[in-house]
Design a binder for this molecule. Structure first.
Ligand code: BES
Ligand code: MN
Ligand code: ZN
Length: 496
């Protein structure tokens, strides 16, 4: 899909459809609405009076062949009450229009916008439209698949003075939605094609394209780093682990880096503590965190963010096998702590433990990890948001601000000492699983032992990584949750 910007009057637009945002009201207002009303013999007033269309958020009406209009269709898109309009409203509305455009097989669509904050609104329109109309077709071989691809999305402003703002927003929105759709593609790619080695290669290709550093540790280098926990998780698979280190330096040369860590289990069968068969295939998405931090680095590089970043991707496949780690085994992590493996399905915390410890080598300013870590997370916030734990008020506030701006919701949970104590083993330093209660916080309590005295935040995106029902700009399937959040955080980075 191509994105473009232009200056034009509403009535001269030549795309197949033109979208006009309509605020909720008793009657149609505005010059353009008034003119459409005239041209259509009062259709608009009629709809407002009957209540058929009054501009409510989530409602839309398509008019065809309005006289004197170059475009074949006008889509009136309700944005709701004026005082409730946020950037996420524009994303949601644009997401709905993206789906509608697909249903009607439209190839070219323009959004006409004549309001405040042209730059962020343009970005939101592009994000919503591109993400809402997203489909994953990599594995479809029938000839028709992809034929009805939408070709052009344009944002149109009435005055020349607003063009530059619109262009800047459009460019940013395009880069951000590319990152999210790419992340969704990676999550959708099955384990037979995306495994530690191929994922690491993919990271290298992206790093080359977008000009940042990428180093991949192979199994013998991982061993030299004493990453015993990562090795233990990957042991049962023929696809050996990798550890990817990405670096982007956009900040001052001496500024400490922000380190991002993403869980990269390319398939989680549970290991010897095998998962039940139902929906096990979804565990191909257990590398979402790693894809998120990878795409965050790509985006930071493309947007030339003024911050120094490191991203760590511990990659492994968690499989049962004759040589797999057993429940009861005791392994030694990079930090030197011994861990009793109670449950081989609690593997995410093991690979994150080695990555958190490795983060120390960068003398980080702050460390943020993101992981599909515990199924229990869905009992806390459902699919509505991701729980997070943070040790620094400023970092927490910055994350919450990014969440509010992007609509990728997160909510803080307390990390009381008791959750850390839960993870003590009678025979080793730690155990990787402890009973059924507070699973999300127990996992965080485990991770805490591997953190330094730097500000740390941990985001658990289990279940939020895959959307079950479909939302305006999040179709059923991989969501790419975390990309927009972390991109917003690092591109607006504030010292903590
Ligand atoms: N990858 C899973 C968590 C998960 C579950 C993510 C469902 C997305 C959807 C993780 O490795 C896991 O298996 N966690 C266990 C931990 C338990 C054994 C302590 C869980 O949550 O059941
Ligand atoms: Mn698991
Ligand atoms: Zn897992």
């Amino acid at each position: 899909m191509e994105f473009s910007c232009s200056v034009s009057s509403f009535f001269d637009l030549g795309t197949e459809a033109v979208v006009l945002f309509c605020e909720k009201g008793e009657q149609s207002t505005g010059e353009i609405m008034g003119k459409i009303d005239l041209l259509t013999d009062g259709t608009i007033s009629e709809m407002y009076q009957s209540g058929e269309f009054v501009g409510s958020l989530g409602s839309e009406i398509m008019l065809r062949r309005v006289p004197e209009m170059a475009a074949g269709r006008v889509i009136l898109a309700g944005v709701g009450k004026k005082d409730k309009i946020t950037m996420d409203v524009y994303r949601r509305v644009a997401g709905r229009i993206g789906k509608l455009a697909r249903r009607h097989k439209l190839k070219t669509v323009s959004f006409y916008y004549d309001g405040p904050e042209t730059n962020p609104v343009s970005s939101a329109i592009v994000e919503g439209f591109a993400l809402g109309s997203y489909r994953f077709l990599d594995y479809k071989t029938d000839e028709d698949a992809g034929k009805d691809e939408i070709e052009l999305l344009s944002v149109v402003v009435p005055q020349k003075g607003k063009l530059r703002q619109a262009e800047a927003g459009l460019a940013r929105g395009g880069i951000i939605s590319d990152a999210v759709t790419h992340c969704r593609d990676l999550v959708g790619t099955p384990g037979n094609d995306l495994y530690p080695e191929s994922f690491a290669k993919h990271a290298q290709t992206l790093a080359k394209t977008f000009n940042f550093d990428c180093k991949v540790l192979n199994p013998s280098e991982i061993k030299k780093e004493n990453m015993g926990a990562l090795i233990a998780v990957g042991k049962g698979s023929e696809k050996t682990p990798r550890f990817v280190i990405l670096k982007y330096n956009g900040g001052k040369p001496n500024a400490k880096p922000v380190v991002l860590i993403g869980k990269g289990i390319t398939f989680d069968a549970g290991g010897i503590s095998l998962k039940p068969g139902l929906n096990m295939g979804e565990m191909k998405g257990d590398m979402t965190g790693a894809a998120v931090v990878l795409m965050t680095l790509v985006t930071a590089a493309r947007l030339q963010a003024k911050v120094n970043l490191v991203a760590l991707m511990p990659l492994a496949e968690n499989m049962p096998a004759g040589n797999a780690t057993r429940p009861g085994d005791i392994v030694t992590s990079r930090a030197g702590h011994t861990i009793e493996v109670i449950n081989t399905d609690a593997e995410g915390r093991l690979i994150l433990a080695d990555a958190l410890d490795y983060a120390n080598t960068f003398d980080p300013q702050a460390v943020i990890d993101i992981a599909t870590l515990t199924g229990a997370a869905v009992y806390i916030l459902g699919y509505e948001g991701a729980p997070f734990i943070g040790t620094n008020q400023k970092l927490n506030d910055n994350l919450r601000t990014a969440a509010d701006r992007t609509g990728e919701r997160i909510w803080e949970l307390p990390l009381w000492d008791e959750f850390c104590d839960l993870m003590k083993s009678p025979i080793a330093d730690l155990k990787n699983s402890a009973g059924k209660t507070a699973g999300t916080l127990a996992a965080a309590g485990f991770l805490k032992k591997f953190t330094g005295d730097w500000p740390w935040a941990h985001i658990d995106i289990a279940y939020c990584d895959v959307e079950p029902k479909g939302r305006p700009y999040i179709p059923v399937g991989p969501t790419g949750i975390g990309v927009r959040l972390l991109v917003d955080l690092v591109t607006n980075w504030k010292k903590v």
